[in-house]
Design a protein around this ligand. Structure first.
Ligand code: FES
Ligand code: FES
Length: 160
């Protein structure tokens, strides 16, 4: 603790070290969006339901609105900004979402892309039923989900 109100943290975000003195109640989502200016992580419900804030913490998908930044201290965080290649080339999942119309307004998209990236790393050849099951943690108000399912299927075939 640097003083009564802040705690020093050191988190690797998309491969870069980020040190900050943060309030204990600061969420990881606000740390990423405000402290790190990584606004690709979206906030919808802010209570763990919509999945828009999904990021990877030590390789596992977490809802950044439900994790305090101090809980991620010394951890490795990957946000949607960290999924593209160094030259900006879209990841296979990102490219598949674009190709197969897996988004409309795009608000939910970062959460879906991060969740699907983690899902396909675990299960590279999912069935459609497994894809639909995997998507239940993310809400989309625009697409009707069919384009998203198609994108996940295509990304899986592309990575298989
Ligand atoms: S903003 Fe985190 S789950 Fe909705
Ligand atoms: S594309 Fe609009 S909420 Fe999903």
């Amino acid at each position: 603790m640097t003083d009564a109100e802040t705690i020093d943290i050191d988190i690797r975000v998309n491969g870069a070290g980020r040190r900050a003195a943060v309030a204990p109640r600061l969420t990881l989502a606000d740390f990423l969006r405000v402290t790190c200016s990584l606004t690709g992580t979206h906030l919808g419900c802010e209570h763990g339901v919509c999945g828009a804030c999904t990021v990877l913490l030590d390789g596992e998908p977490v809802r950044a609105c439900l994790v305090f930044a101090v809980q991620a201290d010394r951890g490795e965080v990957t946000t949607v900004e960290g999924l593209a290649g160094p030259d900006g080339e879209l990841s296979k999942v990102q490219a598949a979402f674009r190709e197969h119309h897996g988004l409309q307004c795009g608000f939910c998209t970062p959460g879906f892309v991060v969740s699907v990236t983690a899902f396909l790393a675990e299960n590279p050849k999912p069935t459609d039923e497994e894809i639909r099951e995997a998507l239940t943690g993310n809400l989309c108000r625009c697409t009707g989900y069919q384009g998203i399912v198609n994108a996940v299927r295509a990304a899986a075939q592309d990575t298989a």
